[in-house]
Structure formats: C-alpha cells, structure tokens
Design a protein around this ligand. Sequence first.
Ligand code: AMP
Ligand code: TRP
Length: 338
Amino acid sequence: MEQTIERKKRIFSGIQPSGTLTIGNYIGALRHFPELQDAYDCIYCIVDEHAITVRQNAADLRRRCLELAAIYLASGLDPEKCIIYCQSHVSAHAELAWILNCFTYMGELQRMTQFKDKSAKHADNINAGLFTYPVLMAADILLYQADAVPVGADQKQHLEITRDIAQRFNGVYGDVFTVPEPLITKVGGRVMSLQDPTRKMSKSDPEECFISLLDEPDTVRRKIKRAVTDSDGEIRFDPENKPGVSNLLSIMATLSGQSVEDICAEMAGKGYGDLKTRTADVVIASLEPLQSEYKRLIADKQFLLDTLLSGAEKANYIATKTLRKVQKKVGFAPRTLK
Ligand code: AMP
Ligand code: TRP
C-alpha cells in the first residue's frame, strides 16, 4: 500500500538581540516557542542583522547574541528538537532580502508603523536598513518555507507584507514560497508599558517601564508596585478605560494560566495593592525556573556557541535550497551548464 509521509508543518520566528528581553517578549512570543517544538518543525533565529538597524555597541551585540541563545534554551527549547541559530551565520538571509527588495514597493514600506515609530525615536539615524527591515524579515521567513510565525501583535503588519511579497513573487514565477500565517495570541499579544499602559512594553524604554526576564524578585516587586493604574479603585478588565489594571490582569492571566474572569472574580472587593502583590508573585514564580536555568547555561559559552553553529549548519542547508531555486527563477547566471 502506498503511504504518503506528511512533512510536519514548519514554524519560524526570530527575536532581536538588542537588549535584555522583557516579559512582553516572553508573553507575546518566546513562551510559545517551546510549546510548538513537538508538533512542528521549528526554527528559531537570533536576528542580529535586524538589530543593527539602530546603532549597537559591537561588544554588547556580540555578548547579547550568546545571552539570547541562553534565554532560548532556558525557556525550554531543545536543540535536538528545533533549530536555533544566528541570522548573520546564514548568508542566504541577506541574499534573498536583496532579491525581495526588488519585489517590494516604497509605498508599502512607508506605511509600516514600526518604521514610523523607530524613525521618530532615532531621528538622527533613519537609515535605509530601518526602511527595508520588513523585507529582511520576509526573507527570514520565506527562506524556510514557514507555514506559521509566532509573534506579538506588533509584528502583524510585517507578516502581512511578507505574505504580500510571497504572493507577488509566486504570481510571477509560480509556487516558489509558502505563504505564512501569523500566530498571535488573543490575550498577551501586546503587553503594555508599566509606566504608560497605552504604549507597548519595550526593551528600549526606561527601566521602570518594563520587567526584564532576568530581573531579581525585589526589582519585579518594585516595578509592579510603581506601575501606573487609575483612580477608580475597581479591579475590572477594560483595556480601553483601565489600561494599567487590565495590563496587570492579562500579565497575571497569561503567566498563571487562569482566565481574566476568574482572577477578577477572586479579587472582587480587593484593592490595587493586592492586585500588584499577586501579579508580582505570579511573575516572580514563572521567571524563577527560567532564571536559574539561564545562570547555568550562560556560564558555558562554548556550549552556546556550538549550539548556534550546528543550528546554522542545518539552517543553511534549508535556506540555500530555497535561495538557489529563487536565483534560478529570476534568471541569475547558472552554476552548471546541465
Ligand atoms: P523584538 O524584541 O522586537 O525582536 O521582539 C521579539 C518578539 O517579541 C516579537 O514577536 C514581538 O512581537 C514580541 N514582543 C515585543 N514586545 C512585545 C510586547 N510588549 N507584547 C507582546 N509581544 C511583544
Ligand atoms: N521583526 C521582529 C521584531 O522586531 C523580529 C524578527 C525578525 C522576526 N525576523 C523575523 C520575527 C522573522 C518573526 C519572524 O520583533
């Protein structure tokens, strides 16, 4: 009897090594990475080429790539089950990005909110890389023929442009790329700043705005205690009118696995002080295993580097296959006369 072996669906995602990760990165993206590694064929990238779209100190960036590798592993990723590697170790990313640049319109890139935000933040360095950032991201994803991409809600627009580029290219050359779907969770897809809960929590904001994955328990407590709430005193989930309280509730819900409704019911009649204490307890408890595993892993730099290099070898094999196909389709000089 003929049997068809179905390929597992492929997942691809990436995080920039541009600072200590926040619980926003964790809740929106990283937390889901290990959950997916058994059912899917997963590839997780450290996107150092994206990171230099804003100025980085070279020594810090180099160190942060290994730190992010340790965070990936500490969060539960198993290099035997998935591929973990650095973007700059696989040259196909930059090569495909160039080709895709020629299939992307200025107008599309001008509409990207991340470009608008980052240009406002770095007005002295609005470089072309910042502008074409989504094209490199499209190359990352399309090289691996990813079916789905787990990301936070802020990356939705970048996934849409990736799909548009893939469809445009396929429209001209046939089915070259898999058109990827975004995987964005409903609760926790956008964790907000503790100091301005109408803006997303970001690692490039001042310290008091975010909780780092490596913050000590005392720091977590202090930051949550100082988090901006509101003056009506009622614990209720209403992101529009009560962004601060709702943010704490969704942080607690996503990390504890309890529903927002159950938490609100349990906390009825209690004050914001109690809400903050409980949120801090949940955050501290869920970071503890990750932090202790991180401390163990970061001490062994050679192991981290070996993991990244063997990941890059596997990634390179898959990426080169797609790149060669694309190069042939667009008519680049042949490598053999056969
Ligand atoms: P970045 O640090 O910009 O490379 O982001 C890495 C991942 O974390 C991406 O999937 C983002 O969408 C996600 N992310 C970043 N900040 C947040 C946030 N405040 N809430 C939810 N997800 C986030
Ligand atoms: N742009 C993403 C961010 O800022 C990071 C990223 C780069 C990414 N390439 C990717 C995410 C590919 C998912 C898939 O968060």
